[in-house]
Design a protein around this ligand. Sequence first.
Ligand SMILES: Cc1cc2nc3c(=O)[nH]c(=O)nc-3n(C[C@H](O)[C@H](O)[C@H](O)COP(=O)(O)O)c2cc1C
Length: 292
Amino acid sequence: MKEYQMQENQIIEEFNAFEAIKERISVRSYSTRPVEETLHRDLKNYMETVGSGPFGTKPRFKMLDLKPLDKKELRGLGTYGFIKGAHLYILGAVKDTTCALEELGFCLEKIILKATSLGLGTCWLGGTFKRAAFARKMNLEAGELLPAITPVGHPADETSPANRLTRLAAKSKKRRPWTELFFGPGGNTPLTAKEAGPYHDPLEAVRLGPSTSNRQPWRVIMEETGKFHLFLKENKIYNRIMGKIRLQRLDMGVAMCHFAMVAREQNLPGSWKVEAGAPAHSGMQYIATWSG
Ligand SMILES: Cc1cc2nc3c(=O)[nH]c(=O)nc-3n(C[C@H](O)[C@H](O)[C@H](O)COP(=O)(O)O)c2cc1C
């Protein structure tokens, strides 16, 4: 059984994670307004001290500014037209181990939430970017993967705070309802908000998370109050389109990050562990268990 070793800098965040989770959306069009030096420094600091994922692996991150690059280099570093106007990117690499993708998903999502708290836009890119060219910029070492990157910058259409509620309502509608995602003991009946008790917000944070093509492959079974098993309901096409970089395992890391950050914020004890005798459920892959 592996235990998530919480580091000092992971216990107390200087921003409200649940607010950032509700706020974050994928931004694909960026303003020409440069990222202010203070924000740039803040984010870079956070990125450099983000630490390890739930199973103790520490991914490597790099901030890449495309501005000083020449035209030839820029042509290589494309996103197939999916991202417009961004010149700052965060690249995430990780050693190719069993839980590497969950670890990277967890840590890059923390950085993305930090960027959101600073008012900056981001967009997870696991597929639509020229991986080999970005990998060269990362100086990828033998045995390392570059699973994902994100642009960072001011959104082209900066939404005013007054529109935040409307945005949350719209986002909520694009997510599967609780009845499809969360289940009670045994995994056969949906878990109600009332049954979730104090764990309502950590579960809601999982539901609002970003995922590959918005497939939302996370399923959670509550065994008892405070004990939750996380499963992957795999979509083979979306998961395996990038070969060994299983995109839906990044989604699982994002879910673990959201649950852990909101639980921590609300003083709910626990951590993620891989349990040896974890329950099996047909059609789903077991990922990890949250318990106190
Ligand atoms: C692991 C992962 C990989 C993703 N890869 C891409 C990508 O390659 N290109 C893209 O445009 N969006 C990508 N997305 C963004 C999703 O499409 C997006 O999160 C989802 O549609 C939900 O929308 P929202 O982020 O605005 O809430 C990815 C998201 C995740 C979590």
